[in-house]
Design a protein around this ligand. Structure first.
Ligand code: PLP
Length: 352
């Protein structure tokens, strides 16, 4: 006997990356930012008053919306604040999809998308990327009501040019919402934000977890035209973002100077780590995110993952057929990356 709906009973839940308890480990498995958030964030949290906690928070997180709108050159009405980008994905699937209204996305990609489809009991149409992670043409003919493209894509780190996503939005007009998951865009060279001005069917997802070092806080936002934002608001919990998160995320996004310096440091390390992994014989996809997707053919990726774990270095590995020969490695600090490279040198030389 189960009390759950049949689809919930049958499905497996999303499996988050391992969170080791020991703070000393080299943790390169969940794409967190290796550097701390702006000092302005801690200041904002310290300044929270008991009165702010006694009262419910601002339902639309107005302070953040105003700050983000100014930075993005949009209006606050184009922004919806969420309890982490994952909440926006969840809201979009609930708002647009059901048994007769499918979700479509290219694969491999963020493994939360199929889990959300199963929860909603809607068909998930998975269109394979080619080997270079180009945008699959078949997304248009999938006849979904919600199409998600993760850009930069996880776990590949690769990007699809804005012009191609604009073309996709055009082709999907009147048929499907195009949600562009830009959780990692802070590390890329271009964003698709301006598409929301031209296309009434585009939603952009942003996260404060990666570029702004706030994964522990839970804050993200969606960007779209007013009408989509209004509709999404109907499925939003009234107080989805708490008073502390609103104050902290607002302080973080206002400190653009700190943010940009932090991003540059990660991009520099990304380049160095790509070179070092390539020298060791890994094939590394061109990444515009804060992680690298690296293929190794002389030893099983799973064995390397296990051996790294034995040395207290955590990267991400999936035993799925299309990606089981690859590891996803978050770009860490220079010191963490050096530890990873030294460990890999040892692992590879022992095997050889
Ligand atoms: C592709 C992608 N989208 C969205 C998210 C959601 O991030 P958050 O809920 O931390 O904002 C993640 C988190 O790992 C992600 O990898």
């Amino acid at each position: 006997m189960s009390y759950f709906r049949e689809n919930i009973e049958k499905m497996a839940g999303y499996e988050p990356g391992f969170q080791p308890k020991d703070p000393e480990v080299v943790k390169l498995n969940t794409n967190e930012n290796p550097y701390p958030a702006s000092p302005e964030v801690l200041r904002a949290i310290k300044n929270i008053t008991a009165e702010q906690l006694r009262r419910y928070p601002a339902p639309a997180a107005d302070a953040f919306r105003d700050a983000a709108a100014e930075i993005l050159g949009l209006s606050a009405e184009n922004i919806i604040c969420v309890n982490g980008g994952d909440e926006l994905l969840n809201m979009a699937v609930r708002a647009f999809c059901d048994e007769n209204h499918p979700l479509a996305y290219p694969v491999p990609t963020y493994s939360l998308y199929p889990v959300l489809a199963k929860m909603q009991n809607c068909p998930a149409i998975e269109i394979p990327f080619d080997n270079e992670f180009n945008l699959p043409a078949k997304l248009v003919s999938a006849e979904a009501v919600l199409t998600i493209v993760c850009n930069p894509n996880a776990p590949s780190g690769t990007v699809i040019p804005k012009e191609e996503l604009a073309q996709l939005a055009e082709e999907l007009k009147g048929k499907s919402v195009l949600l562009i998951d830009e959780a990692y865009v802070d590390f890329a060279e271009e964003t698709c934000v301006e598409l929301v001005k031209k296309y009434e069917n585009v939603i952009i997802l942003r996260s404060m977890s990666k570029g702004y070092s706030l994964a522990g806080l839970r804050f993200g936002f969606g960007i779209a035209n007013e009408s989509l934002i209004k509709g999404l608001n109907k499925v939003k919990d009234s107080y989805n973002a708490d008073a502390i998160a609103i104050a902290a995320a607002t302080a973080a996004i206002k400190d653009q100077g700190y943010f940009k310096k932090n991003i540059e440091k990660i991009k520099k390390e990304r380049k160095r780590l790509t070179g070092q992994l390539t020298d060791l014989g890994f094939e590394v996809y061109p990444s515009r995110a804060n992680f690298l997707f690296a293929k190794y053919t002389k030893q099983r990726a799973m064995d390397i993952y296990e051996k790294l774990k034995g040395k207290n270095i955590y990267v991400r590995y999936w035993a799925y057929p299309d990606i089981k020969d690859k590891l996803r490695i978050t770009v860490g600090t220079a010191e963490q990356n050096d530890k990873l490279i030294n460990a890999l040198k040892e692992i590879i030389s022992q095997a050889g």
